[in-house]
Design a protein around this ligand. Structure first.
Ligand code: GN1
Ligand code: MG
Length: 371
């Protein structure tokens, strides 16, 4: 245990008035941007017996999230809304400090604390039932928020899924080449620039007014769904940092590029990387079982393409971060962002080959649930 970090977590807990003595923490490897810890406290259960009570303590990455206060306002509104609609369902609850804020910001580090839900998550999964259940949870999330007033939400990361802007940033940074890495990534750059128009299709359709803005999750990796360890049923959708107005295809595509990849998103086994049509089918079926009746025909028509779009968009982000010196995403090894880029490109290429099959699956599922 890192004593300095333990002391910090304890101090943060004190500011949020967490009762009982702190005795342990464990880092939870969740996400590539924030730092997450489970903090354990000893508590009297009311009968004089000791009981362990855990909390989820997070340090928000303020390099990625430039407006963390706006972000917490979004999360507060959305979690309260979900709780009011589904009072009996497990949901996320953020604790308050003495100043009645859902965060602690000392000008440098930004901390927040929410309830810890004992559960399991899946970074990769070939169990069709689990994938389907996660897809239902994301579809349901979309439905719960379908009547939420999106104008109440601030854009926690402006232009998050503006693929055109992501490309422009990549092009600009490649021209600057601040850490001298561009020469070694020519092949990846050329591929991404070659498919730019197709990758920007969703952005262009949104700008042309062809697709409706909804309240979307914007980070629908399957490991952002908590599952019951025993029943393997989805319990709650987590990681609400990027809940903002967006396109349904952003949520669908991001989920697919993560869950339906034969490998993990940063795999070096490029030859194995590609789209698993069985997993794709299970995800499409689960998601559309909740949403098909609400979506417009044009939205449904974009779903098969969305996996390709999101894989390319993320590849441009990983590659840009590599070119600018790994400032945004947490990396676990040298070259990690380049490895991630290559994996997303391999996935995107395979998705293009399977586009007709994906499209047939999407329309088949939509017809089934629209009746
Ligand atoms: C980041 O940190 P995490 O894993 O929740 C990123 C997503 C990417 C993802 C790729 C705010 O999410 O957009 O798809 O990494 N989140 C942000 O793993 O940039
Ligand atoms: Mg996230």
């Amino acid at each position: 245990m890192d004593e300095k970090l333990a002391r910090k977590l304890q101090q943060v807990g004190e500011r949020f008035n967490l009762p009982g003595p702190f005795f342990n923490y464990e880092e939870i490897h969740m996400g590539n941007v924030n730092r997450t810890y489970r903090a354990d406290y000893i508590r009297d259960d009311g009968t004089g017996m000791a009981r362990i009570k855990s909390y989820l303590v997070q340090r928000v990455n303020t390099y990625a999230f430039r407006d963390p206060v706006g972000l917490m306002n979004n999360i507060d509104k959305v979690t309260e809304y979900i709780h009011a609609k589904r009072p009996k369902q497990i949901c996320l609850h953020y604790h308050h400090t003495n100043d009645r804020e859902t965060y602690l910001f000392d000008g440098d580090e930004f901390w927040r604390i929410c309830n810890y839900v004992p559960s399991v998550t899946y970074d990769s999964c070939d169990d069709i039932e689990i994938v389907r259940s996660a897809a239902e949870a994301f579809g349901d999330f979309q439905m719960i928020l379908s009547d939420f007033d999106a104008s109440q939400l601030s854009y926690t990361i402006p232009d998050f899924h503006n693929t055109r802007k992501r490309y422009q940033t990549l092009i600009d940074d490649a021209a600057l080449d601040p850490v001298g890495r561009v020469e070694s990534v020519r092949e990846e750059l050329d591929y991404l620039l070659g498919v730019q128009d197709l990758a920007c299709r969703l952005t262009d359709m949104l700008n042309a007014g062809e697709l409706p803005l909804r309240v979307t999750h914007n980070d629908t990796k399957i490991n952002n769904v908590l599952f019951d360890e025993n029943t393997k049923k989805a319990l709650v959708v987590i990681d609400l940092d990027t809940v903002m107005p967006g396109l349904v295809a952003h949520d669908f595509g991001d989920a697919v590029r993560f869950a339906a990849n034969f490998t993990e998103e940063d795999s070096e086994e490029i030859a194995r990387t590609g789209l698993d049509l069985n997993i794709f089918w299970a995800f499409a079926d689960g998601f559309l079982s909740q949403t098909a009746r609400m979506l417009t025909q044009k939205e449904i028509d974009t779903l098969a393409l969305s996996g390709f779009v999101l894989a390319c968009e993320l590849a441009t982000r990983f590659l840009d971060d590599y070119i600018t010196g790994d400032k945004y995403f947490n990396i676990k090894k040298p070259g990690h962002n380049l490895i991630r880029t290559r994996c997303q490109i391999a996935l995107a290429k395979d998705m293009l080959k399977k586009m007709d099959a994906m499209d047939a699956i999407v329309h088949g599922c939509a017809d089934k649930y629209r009746g």
